[in-house]
Write a protein that binds this ligand. Structure first.
Ligand SMILES: [Zn+2]
Length: 148
């Protein structure tokens, strides 16, 4: 297996590597969801009815000091429970909070920088080489995960 493919597989076994592109300032992975089923966030019923797909752009930990982006073809599923008010929903991934544009491991990394320095420094360090994130977003991360 190629090294770049392995890097992506380390993140999550539910997504499949398609290709990657290395530029002077960034590494971009293209990946596809492999999940065959998903749990409805409202009623909890498992659905195996994929409905449509859409593209998610997610930042991950930098590779070789370059900003790293995952362009993921994710799926929506139809809820199979007729009593449920939700008709369709987006699948979830273990490495990602719903609707987040950053992987959990990138958030932890940013949090570490912010706790060691400051939200302002973490934000400017992130903008230079990791991911666009403002200091208010970093502040929210700190509030959600107070250092123990
Ligand atoms: Zn449901």
């Amino acid at each position: 297996m190629e090294a770049m493919e392995e890097l992506l597989n380390d993140l999550c076994s539910d997504i499949e590597y398609a290709s990657h592109e290395i530029k002077s300032e960034s590494v971009t992975f293209y990946a596809v969801s492999k999940q065959q089923q998903a749990e409805c966030p409202d009623c909890g019923q498992i659905s195996a009815k994929a409905d449509s797909s859409y593209e998610r752009v997610i930042y991950d930990l930098p590779i070789m000091g370059k900003r790293t982006i995952i362009v993921l073809r994710a799926q929506t599923f139809k809820c199979a429970n007729e009593a449920c008010r939700r008709k369709s929903f987006s699948e979830r991934f273990s490495f990602l909070e719903p609707h987040s544009r950053r992987t959990k491991r990138l958030n932890s990394h940013l949090l570490e920088i912010a706790v060691e320095t400051s939200a302002i420094k973490a934000s400017s360090a992130a903008k230079n080489s990791i991911a666009p994130i403002g200091r208010t977003a970093i502040g929210r991360l700190i509030k959600k995960n107070p250092p123990s």
